[in-house]
Design a protein around this ligand. Structure first.
Ligand code: AKG
Ligand code: FE2
Length: 355
């Protein structure tokens, strides 16, 4: 496995400190992630669907409903979210057109190490599996796009920048609405997370990620490859847009407890792409910030089975990642304080090959 120059060294068998968190480090999350690479078994579980537009509840009832769904499984789905289906379709249409550009054009917007912005092709190696994700992706981090010259020109792809800026901003607004719900339940001000995810700040590092999982041939399907290997997200909250018919997302709630119990394989539950629905999940930053009350749940994208759609799979994720200068400091002191910048750098270093 190729490691980025500043990534933590892999554990050696006699490394007895591997499970102990170092102060201000992400070792707890990494130690967990390295143990979850196996295929596992399929398990049915309810993934709750919450209608944000249902006015029969008070705000505080809605906050409870969101909190309970998140605290149980770490994943839930929302409808009535206010994002126009046409805007979602337009973003997917643009994403497909971006990935169809010649490699030479995409390579001009290549993701530089540690920036989490721009284009990458089969470069993400998950600590859980040690294999490369069978995908390419392009990340829009609005604070860095001009600085790093990452937008395709209008000649290369007309209207791309405008469409993506608008979609990023729509997703940011929705993510802040959901995070405000969590803020109230955690006893923070309504605006606590909104102030720490400020798109006008140079420290903003939330990102919109366009994903293209590569088409496959039946003969190429190998049991030990993944479209996206098992992982937890680094952020506070992820909003995930999927396309009907393009399956593969699976989640494994309570994976660490199941692995500790050591009684057999982990159980994975499929999340079906449903029109009008956005899938939400808690990431590691919010797990820390909530004193581990909200779980950041392990998930992955499996390869299609031989009788399924073998063509490409597209998805779009918005990762609400606290601004670089925000300090993640849970009320109980259970985890040492760490800036969101240090936090993210350590996770990125462990996930991307150097270069
Ligand atoms: O494409 C998907 O359905 C999930 C993507 C994902 O988990 C990620 O990019 O972190
Ligand atoms: Fe993810």
């Amino acid at each position: 496995m190729t490691a980025a120059p500043d990534s933590p060294t892999p554990d050696s068998p006699d490394d007895t400190t591997a499970d102990r968190p170092r102060s201000g480090s992400v070792e707890t999350e990494l130690a967990k992630e390295r143990t979850f690479g196996g295929a596992g078994i399929d398990v049915d579980r309810e993934i709750r669907v919450i209608d944000l537009a249902d006015t029969s509840r008070t705000q505080s009832e809605l906050d409870d409903e969101i909190w309970n769904a998140a605290a149980d499984i770490g994943f839930f789905q929302i409808t009535g979210h206010g994002i126009d289906e046409r805007a979602i379709d337009a973003a997917f249409d643009m994403a497909e057109r971006f990935f169809a550009l010649p490699d030479g054009v995409k390579a001009k917007r290549r993701m530089a190490p540690g920036t989490n912005s721009g284009w990458e092709f089969r470069s993400q190696r998950r600590p859980s599996t040690g294999t490369l994700d069978q995908k390419e992706s392009y990340q829009v981090t609005v604070s860095r796009m001009d600085l790093l010259d990452l937008w395709p020109t209008g000649d290369e792809l007309a209207d791309f920048e405008r469409t993506m800026r608008s979609f990023e901003s729509t997703n940011h607004a929705l993510a802040m609405r959901v995070l405000s719900s969590f803020a109230r339940k955690l006893g923070f001000d309504d605006e606590f997370f909104t102030e720490r995810h400020d798109p006008t700040s140079p420290e903003y590092q939330s990102t919109l990620r366009l994903l293209h999982y590569l088409p496959v041939e039946v003969d190429d399907l190998r049991r030990d490859e993944w479209r996206a290997g098992a992982h937890t997200d680094f952020d506070c909250l992820t909003l995930l847009h999927q396309r009907p018919g393009q399956r593969g997302l699976q989640v494994c709630p309570g994976a660490d407890a199941a692995a500790r119990a050591g009684d057999g394989e982990l159980g994975w539950t499929s999340i079906e792409p449903t029109p009008g629905t956005i899938t939400c999940n808690i990431g590691d930053m919010l797990m820390r910030w909530s004193d581990d009350k909200l779980p950041s749940t392990l998930h992955r994208v499996r390869m299609p089975r031989p009788d399924e759609h073998l063509g490409p799979r597209y998805s779009i994720a918005y990762f609400a990642q606290a601004d670089r200068d925000a300090v993640i400091e849970p009320p109980s002191g259970r985890h040492a304080p760490i800036t969101a910048s240090d936090y993210l750098q350590q996770r990125i270093a462990a996930n991307f090959a150097a270069g």
